[in-house]
Design a protein around this ligand. Structure first.
Ligand code: SAM
Length: 247
């Protein structure tokens, strides 16, 4: 008998993300496009790793770029297909999706690379991401991503947030273990979909990564690395934003 898959951005949570959590994706896309234009890139291929509901993918398509987008969650990939019909969208991970060559940018926006079962797996995943970036980017092309940093949940190491709109409600309880570098989140609630309240019950583990670790991994892959606290001048909490360029 097949084991039931562990829910990970299944339809109700994916729909909530698509409805009201596209802000970081939109801001990051604006920053990525500004940097591309500043470097003289007005066309070319952008890979969007963990594309979610497709906010950034849609912005990249609208700006005239070819977009290869993928997500581990089939519900998220389906939302990207709707938001960005011109994008080449698939369900997959860094281990299963083939990257095109000569990309102008590779993005992993909103903590995509932080999801992992352990620190060792996350560190390997970051190295794999950088190896793919180094071999797939054109000269002057760059990787842009953000990762969860240590201390994400403050000195207490735990936080609970409740949020709701007319068509969804969420309770997110997080616990950080500084020694293991884990942030475990339990996400529960419901989303109104086609007139029916669909329950949400998911558990996500993220791994914290310091800016220093990111810079060292980028250097190992031969990429330059600029770190920031945000994609723009609006504050972001508990993340490092990295811009890593292939010279
Ligand atoms: C917080 S959402 C961000 C979505 C989108 N990038 C945005 O900015 O709105 C994180 C996304 O990463 C995806 N994800 C997490 N780990 C992944 C992996 N190893 N490979 C591909 N997608 C992954 C999740 O399914 C989810 O859609």
């Amino acid at each position: 008998m097949d084991a039931t898959p562990i829910p990970f951005y299944d339809t109700p949570l994916a729909v909530v993300h698509g409805r009201d959590f596209g802000d970081v994706g939109a801001r990051a896309a604006t920053a990525v496009l500004a940097r591309l234009h500043a470097r003289g890139f007005t066309c070319g291929t952008i890979v969007d790793v963990g594309c979610g509901a497709g906010v950034a993918a849609a912005a990249f398509c609208d700006a005239g770029f070819t977009v290869v987008a993928f997500d581990r969650s089939s519900a998220m990939a389906e939302l990207t297909r709707r938001a960005a019909p011109a994008a080449l969208v698939s369900v997959g991970t860094l281990d299963t999706v083939r990257f095109p060559s000569n990309c102008v940018a590779i993005c992993a926006i909103s903590e995509v690379l932080s999801y992992a079962p352990s620190a060792a797996v996350a560190d390997l995943g970051l190295d794999r991401f950088f190896d793919l970036a180094a071999s797939s980017l054109c000269p002057g092309g760059f990787a842009a991503f953000d990762l969860v940093t240590p201390g994400r949940l403050g000195p207490e190491g735990r936080r609970t947030m409740e949020q709701s709109m007319d068509d969804w409600r969420l309770k997110v309880s997080g616990v950080e273990d500084r020694a293991q570098r884990t942030v475990d989140r339990r996400i529960s609630g419901a989303a109104l979909i086609d007139g029916v309240w669909e329950p949400i019950e998911e558990q996500h583990r993220q791994i914290t990564t310091s800016g220093e670790q990111v810079a060292k991994a980028a250097m190992r892959a031969g990429l330059t690395c600029d770190l920031a606290d945000s994609y723009d001048d609006q504050p972001m909490h508990g993340v490092t934003v990295a811009w890593c360029t292939k010279l």
